[in-house]
Design a protein around this ligand. Structure first.
Ligand SMILES: NC(=O)c1ccc[n+]([C@@H]2O[C@H](COP(=O)([O-])OP(=O)(O)OC[C@H]3O[C@@H](n4cnc5c(N)ncnc54)[C@H](O)[C@@H]3O)[C@@H](O)[C@H]2O)c1
Ligand SMILES: Nc1ncnc2c1ncn2[C@@H]1O[C@H](COP(=O)(O)OP(=O)(O)OP(=O)(O)O)[C@@H](O)[C@H]1O
Length: 526
């Protein structure tokens, strides 16, 4: 072996050692090496080569560069780790000191996320986000976790004597869109030493646990189905006899059950819309018997808060109906007595502002949808022409068959058929999906849940526009009319068979046969 070959072999071995050192920096404690040392160490990889072969020189230079880079990585990691350990130590001691001295001041703000999560985990109760009663975000309109400050003011002196400028602490605030409650998310970001960090990725699955056994169940059932009617009367009897539950049913079902048997005299119903509006104050739980359409119908009965829904599957698809009706005793028994996972399905609050009434704040009753609001061309053979705005920003003009503004629950319904993505129902967003757009580049959008969308029919629109809400209640929009949509504060809580994610994946696998493909045989080319 020549001297040069031996030098190259040594260099190769040292590079291997350097790789090992960089792994060590990643996985365990290491000592830091000064940068001068690093230069020397790198040069020691490969002493000057005596050969006149240009390729050998080039190769040796490349080896030196690789060796140097690896050495620097190892040193950088070691230094970063030491610095991180130092910050952690300082953070812990400052946190302890602050907790002691500023306890009363920060009572409302500090660790509000952690407190809420712990509260949720320990109590397993369902709560709606609201402004913190202790004053967090209330007075100053700003919510943050405690901002740590160094104990001694003045510039920072490093161990090598250099003086470095101190980072300026800051707070982030959320625009509240004029909402006095300033309802915003506490768990987005934590602020420590002016560094922006997203909150810990805790399990966001929500559980519902009754404080005392539920008393009243409302049944919502698909009409004109003998199997649904038979199951409804059987379940009502079982709930009354085994659990002494009060039962509410729709007026139509009440008549049907009373005709069937006077035994059902205990059943309650409502006579008018005013009584229906108070249902949420009386009903602990809703049971639906039917398909997704029945869940949509049940949601439409509640213009405000909705009790949790247990949806039994008696339809063909059942995206939102995870419970098998044959096992209703076991399923209902569990839901009545044990904590259960729920999915909070957001709804869209929609209202139409007529051009004729543009000076009024709102016209007509707002409509809440669980799937989507659709604006289409109705019977018109012309393109719809719609101007769309997101808050005060112009989004686009829709020219095509129409537009679907969908919730994430509705993402697997009409929006999916129009080319929109399937979105997990717990993702906070609004889908903006065109229907047959007459433009190659009009891809569907997903917007954040806090925006307000406005769809305006311009005065120069040739065609008509029709709005429909969860596939129902079609109304015509004339030139100058606008549809306003935003996420409602009243979601539909649906009980999960397992949990939100498992149920969602099961429904796209079983309901849509998503990405079902036979596996390739082994005996092919390759
Ligand atoms: N081209 C289409 O796919 C199309 C057209 C019109 C309406 N729809 C959907 O139908 C809904 C109304 O449902 P309906 O039962 O009253 O009418 P429907 O009886 O006509 O049933 C429509 C179908 O959509 C399914 N569906 C409803 N909501 C769903 C969801 N969130 N995820 C997956 N599938 C869902 C239902 O199971 C049913 O199979 C509308 O909200 C709209 O989303 C779809
Ligand atoms: N309680 C109710 N009152 C009036 N209409 C209802 C009620 N429940 C469901 N509907 C309507 O009946 C229709 C069919 O209901 P649903 O989708 O639940 O059954 P399905 O069509 O058999 O199910 P799938 O669509 O899964 O096959 C829907 O359009 C829905 O709006």
């Amino acid at each position: 072996m020549s001297a040069d070959e031996a030098a190259l072999k040594t260099c190769h071995e040292r590079i291997n050692l350097s790789v090992a050192a960089s792994h060590q920096a990643e996985n365990g404690p290491v000592t830091t090496v000064s940068s001068k040392k690093s230069e020397e160490a790198t040069y020691a990889y490969l002493p000057p080569i005596e050969s006149t072969d240009a390729h050998l020189h080039e190769f040796a230079e490349a080896m030196r560069t690789v060796g140097k880079a690896l050495q620097q990585v190892a040193e950088g990691k070691a230094a970063a780790q030491a610095e991180a350990a130092e910050w952690k130590r300082k953070y812990e001691s400052e946190k302890a000191a602050k907790a002691h001295t500023h306890h009363s001041v920060i009572k409302g703000c500090s660790n509000c996320v952690k407190d809420k999560l712990e509260h949720l985990a320990s109590k397993l109760t369902l709560e709606t986000a609201s402004a913190d009663e202790t004053g967090c975000c209330g007075n100053h309109g700003i919510c943050s976790r405690q901002i740590l400050q160094d104990q001694c003011p003045g510039p920072n002196r490093k161990s090598d004597g250099r003086i470095v400028g101190r980072k300026v602490p800051f707070r982030l605030s959320w625009g509240s869109n004029g909402d006095k409650n300033g309802q915003h998310k506490h768990d987005f970001v934590s602020f420590e030493k002016g560094d922006i960090t997203t909150a810990e990725r805790s399990n966001k699955q929500i559980f519902l646990k009754w404080d005392s056994p539920p008393q009243t169940v409302l049944f919502v059932t698909k009409p004109n189905s003998n199997s649904v009617h038979a199951l409804c009367s059987e379940m009502v009897r079982w709930l009354k006899e085994h659990n002494n539950i009060n039962i509410f049913v729709e007026p139509r079902v009440s008549k049907e059950l009373l005709i069937e048997d006077s035994y059902f005299n205990f059943i309650q119903t409502w006579d008018n819309d005013e009584e229906m509006k108070t249902l949420h104050t009386k009903v602990d739980l809703i049971v639906t018997l039917g398909g997704d359409g029945t869940v949509l119908w049940a949601a439409s009965l509640f213009k405000g808060p909705v009790p949790p829904v247990v949806a039994f599957s008696l339809g063909s698809l059942g995206f939102m109906t995870p419970f098998p009706s044959e096992q209703y005793r076991e399923c209902l028994g569990n839901v009545l007595k044990r904590p259960f996972a729920i999915t909070l399905r957001s709804r869209l609050h929609c209202h139409v502002i007529r051009d004729a009434a543009k000076d009024e704040v709102e016209t007509g009753e707002p409509i809440l949808v669980l799937n989507e609001v659709t604006i289409d061309r109705g019977m018109s053979s012309y393109l719809t022409y719609l101007e769309c705005y997101c808050d005060s920003s112009f989004v686009t003009c829709v020219q095509g068959d129409g537009l679907i503004i969908s919730t994430t629950s509705g993402s697997t319904a009409y929006s999916l058929a129009a080319g929109g993505s399937m979105v997990h129902p717990q993702v906070p967003g609004i889908l903006f999906t065109p229907i047959c757009p007459h433009s190659l580049s009009f891809r569907p959008l997903i917007l954040p849940e806090y925006v307000t969308l406005r769809v305006q029919v311009p005065f120069n629109s040739r065609g008509q526009a029709w709005a429909s809400f969860d596939g129902k209640g079609r109304i015509q929009l004339g030139p100058g009319d606008a549809l306003i949509c935003s996420v409602s504060p009243w979601p539909l809580p649906t009980a999960c068979l397992v949990d939100s994610t498992t149920d969602f994946l099961r429904s796209i696998h079983e309901g849509l046969h998503w990405n079902l493909r036979k596996s390739q045989a082994l005996d092919g080319p390759g």
